[in-house]
Design a binder for this molecule. Structure first.
Ligand SMILES: C[S@@+](CC[C@H](N)C(=O)[O-])C[C@H]1O[C@@H](n2cnc3c(N)ncnc32)[C@H](O)[C@@H]1O
Length: 265
């Protein structure tokens, strides 16, 4: 992964070169609408409070879990002890992005949603609340983390989530096979080049014209930047949006030519 200084420089470059979506060059009505209605929607939806109350509760929970380390490059037999508070602080997507993902699901209304990397279930809760009649499948390798996530779903009375335990490498193919389609996916685990590209290819089996894939931490390391380049260039992808901390890809045929946007958020 990049050092904090390297990341700060990258972020600065992103900020000064990214489009704010208002100026010249925004010729895509679809992307224009995405910016106006989703990215810049400042409505405070009541569901936000529910999920942020959960985050707050977890941030104050000092219970220690013994977790499998699926981190970049490490073997899964390695175990770590970490508090729920520290996992929440370091692994959960911050509120700004959790809420953007909520708005994307609310706006585009995907029927099937797949998340790779549940952690304690904060973003899963946003996914579930955004469309309570969607089928939400979320995947997590760590057994102890999964237990807490399931408890969190119960506490929030979220009834449309299925949590699949196990290493994505062993579970993803059969999960994809069992889904009728993948209308929306958030890929937020195993931030290395080869697995990220492989998971993308596996997801393609069930994507369609309206599918949306969101990749986390596309500028976190040179490996993730390389994976993001491969994904953007794939022949099936017709439009990509780089928001620095996440990358979004679309497959819509209405884009006659591939379009890659970098947008300030
Ligand atoms: C960054 S966290 C997910 C955060 C969550 N999406 C959120 O925003 O609240 C990534 C999770 O993916 C899990 N993970 C990473 N690599 C994995 C793998 N190969 N198989 C299964 N789980 C994995 C980790 O255990 C971790 O809990």
């Amino acid at each position: 992964m990049y050092s904090p200084l390297q990341l700060a420089i990258k972020y600065f470059n992103y900020w000064i070169t990214a489009s704010n979506g208002k100026g010249h060059g925004m010729h895509s009505p679809f992307v224009f609408e995405f910016i106006a209605r989703v990215l810049n929607d400042k409505t405070v939806y009541p569901e936000y409070e529910k999920v942020e109350a959960l985050r707050n509760q977890l941030l104050h929970d000092n219970t220690v879990l013994e977790i499998e380390d699926f981190g970049a490059g490490s073997g899964i037999d390695k175990k770590n002890k970490r508090s729920i508070s520290s996992i929440t602080k370091n692994a959960a997507k911050p509120k700004k992005f959790g809420q953007l993902i909520f708005r994307m699901v609310k706006h585009y209304q995907p029927a099937t949603i797949l998340e790779l990397g549940t952690s304690l279930g904060i973003t899963t809760s946003y996914l579930s609340l955004a469309k309570p009649d969607a089928r939400v499948t979320t995947m997590e390798g760590s057994n102890e983390i999964s237990k807490i996530a399931k408890q969190n779903f119960q506490d929030l009375e979220l009834k449309n989530i299925e949590l699949i335990e196990g290493n994505f490498d062993d579970t993803l193919l059969s999960v994809v096979r069992g889904l009728s389609a993948i209308d929306f996916s958030f890929i937020d685990g195993n931030h290395r080049q080869e697995p990220t590209e492989r998971y993308f290819k596996e997801l393609l089996a069930k994507t369609n014209n309206d599918s949306i894939l969101v990749f986390d931490d596309i500028h976190w390391s040179s490996e993730m930047e390389a994976a993001w380049e491969t994904i953007k260039k794939d022949a099936t992808v017709t439009c990509s949006i780089d928001l620095f901390f996440i990358g979004i890809v679309f497959f819509r045929k209405e884009f006659k030519e591939k379009q890659d946007f970098v947008i300030r958020f």
